[in-house]
Each structure stands twice: as C-alpha cells, then as structure tokens.
Design a protein around this ligand. Sequence first.
Ligand code: NAD
Ligand code: TYD
Length: 348
Amino acid sequence: MKLLVTGGCGFIGSNFILEMLAEYPDLYIVNLDLLTYAGNFENLQDTIPYGDRHRFVRGDIADRELVDSLMCNGIDAVVNFAAESHVDRSIIDASAFVRTNVLGTQVLLDACRRHGVGRFVQVSTDEVYGSLGPDGAFTECHPLAPNSPYSATKAAADLLVRSYHKTYGIDAVITRCSNNYGPYQFPEKLIPLMITNAMVDAPLPVYGDGLNVRDWIHVRDHCRAVDLVLRKGCAGSVYNVGANSEYPNIEIVRYILSRLGKPESLIRFVKDRPGHDRRYAMDATLIREELGWEPEADFESGLDQTICWYIEHETWWRRVKSGEYLTYYDTWYTERLGGKEAGIGRGE
Ligand code: NAD
Ligand code: TYD
C-alpha cells in the first residue's frame, strides 16, 4: 500500500508515521509537509532504519500542481493531518488556518477525485462540536457549532469532505478526536507548555479559573484509531475518538508540578482566552462497537511517561522554543503575565 500522509512532521503525524512503518512491513509512505513552525523533521529521526519506505516531500497541501504530481504516482489512500492547529494562534490571525485547513483540504479532495484515490481520511477534532455544559458527551450526531477560528476551519473542512463524498462519491471518512498528549507535541499546547515552563521555573499561565475541562487521549491511541478507520471505516462515516479521561486544566497543571517537584506558586491565573470552550467530552461508542477500537493508555501513567520524555528530550524542546516561538510567546503571553515575567517562559 502506498499512503500519502500530510502533516507528517507535526506532533500526531510523526507519531502516526513511526507506528505505521513499524506495524506494516509492506507500507510505503509519502509524507507531504510544509515544515511550518510546528513541523520538525527531527521528529522523524527514527524513520531512518525504514530507508526508502518513507519519502519526505516539503510542500504545501494547497499547492495544486504539487499535490497532483504526487497523486499521479499511484497513491492508494490519503491521511490528512496537515493543519494549523493552535486555537490561540487562530485568535491572533486566522488567515493561515483558512488557507491550509479549508483550501488545503479542498485541493487534496480534488486530487483524490481526479486520480481515483481509494480512501481519504480527514483527521478532525472534537472542537467542531463547540462547548458542552457540565453533563453529557458529544456523539457523531451532535450539531457542528465551532467557537474559535481554528475549529471553524476544521468544521468547514469536515463539511467539504462530507460534500465530496455525497456529490462525487469519494471514499472519505472523518475522525474527530479529543485532546492528544504524548511525545513530540509542540510546546504551545497545554501539557508540553506547562512541563517545559515548570522545568525552568517559569510561570505557568492558566486561563480564567482553570476549570475548563478537556478529554485527554494518548497520541498512540489516536494513531491506532486513525489506522483502524483507514483500513475498516465505513465510507462517508464520522468516528469520534476519545478515552473518557476528563480533567479540569488546573488539576493537570498541579499534577505536572507535583511530578516535577516544583511549587504551585509558579501558577498564574491569567486573562482568559476569548471564546474559550468550557468543556469537551467524547462519546466514542461507534468506533468501539463498529471497529473494536479501545484506548490502551491510562491517563496518569501516559502523562508520567510524557513528562519523562520532555525531561529526556530537553535539547529537542529548547531548540523548538526559539526563533518564531519567542515572537509568538511575547505576543500572546507578555501582557497576560505582566511583562517581564514572560521572559522566563521564553527560556531565558
Ligand atoms: P501540529 O501543529 O503539531 O502539526 C501540523 C503539521 O502540519 C506540521 O508538521 C506542519 O508543518 C504541517 N502543515 C501545516 N500547514 C501545512 C500545509 N499548508 N501543507 C503541508 N503541511 C502543513 O498538529 P497536530 O497536533 O499534530 O494535529 C494534527 C491534526 O490532528 C490536525 O489536523 C489537528 O486539527 C488534528 N487534531 C489535533 C488534536 C490535538 O490534540 N493536537 C486533537 C484532534 C485533532
Ligand atoms: P490547548 O492545549 O491549547 O488545546 P485546545 O484549546 O485545543 O483544547 O489548551 C487546552 C486547555 O488548556 C484549554 O482549556 C486552554 C488551556 N490553556 C491554558 O490554560 N493556558 C495555556 O497557556 C494554554 C496553551 C492552554
């Protein structure tokens, strides 16, 4: 099988490629990634032993010519991870989100149509459903009600995928997963940001009252779900993916501090994110019952392993927390953290 994976140098895409190469000896992967600030070829160091079963192409999923040239070489299926993925950055400027997440998806779908690609998997998110009250969980039937520019572009892409299936008969499937954690996550997201800031005794910026709830899943469990949907999912279906691991943000931050032996005095409650969704929770009954998927990682040991990974990979995250990251950190956190204090979180 020849698979086109987009965004394979990002957090989830790189974990997916490594898992897939190890699992399927006959699999050949073309990895199309633009290497934006979030893409890092270092994430794929461990693919070296797989030789030419992994081919990297630097490029944009919204580049029609390039995508066409890749697809005309006999691609059997596409898994689309490529995206602008951070809510806070989408609040600062949504332009790249619209281009990559919406236009990029359309370009890929058009190319699948032209070249008769067997299957298209769109990797989407629980955030397209909007926010929940204190009870209940999102099922696949929940209406789409995105609240951030990021989630609006992901919802738009999901609707395009749906329409290409209905209109042109493209064999497309959508996965909607909850918040991931694990190795190689870019340290702008909650868990790696808090771990790496705590490691250098920098302040930990917690939005609002810290009681927003996210439903956490280990990245490897998400990757196994995407693989199952790729191989066995029913064309035109949406599959929610989640591991029933709901925690308020503040509990996670306190846990990380205790594991690292750092004081809670590092916590700063800062101005909230505008439009901040209060709670996400996923009902993953469909993928469990139809495809037999089960999450394997339990949250506490998964988080412990993730903390160890960041301790062991300090060179990796110190390199990532430089250059463009510093500009972003200044823009988003300096005022929130009262000026000078933000400097410490930049790694100074
Ligand atoms: P990430 O930001 O770590 O990686 C995104 C990757 O896409 C990067 O390697 C980047 O270089 C690449 N990319 C960006 N624009 C591109 C373009 N125009 N052309 C080609 N490549 C481009 O993101 P992630 O956390 O790994 O998320 C991957 C996917 O999973 C996204 O679609 C995201 O919406 C979805 N998702 C993420 C989570 C989560 O918790 N991180 C949860 C559910 C769904
Ligand atoms: P994030 O990792 O950005 O994922 P998402 O917003 O896509 O769910 O944030 C997870 C939660 O952590 C969310 O409720 C916002 C909160 N958060 C903070 O409190 N402080 C921070 O600095 C960040 C990045 C997130």
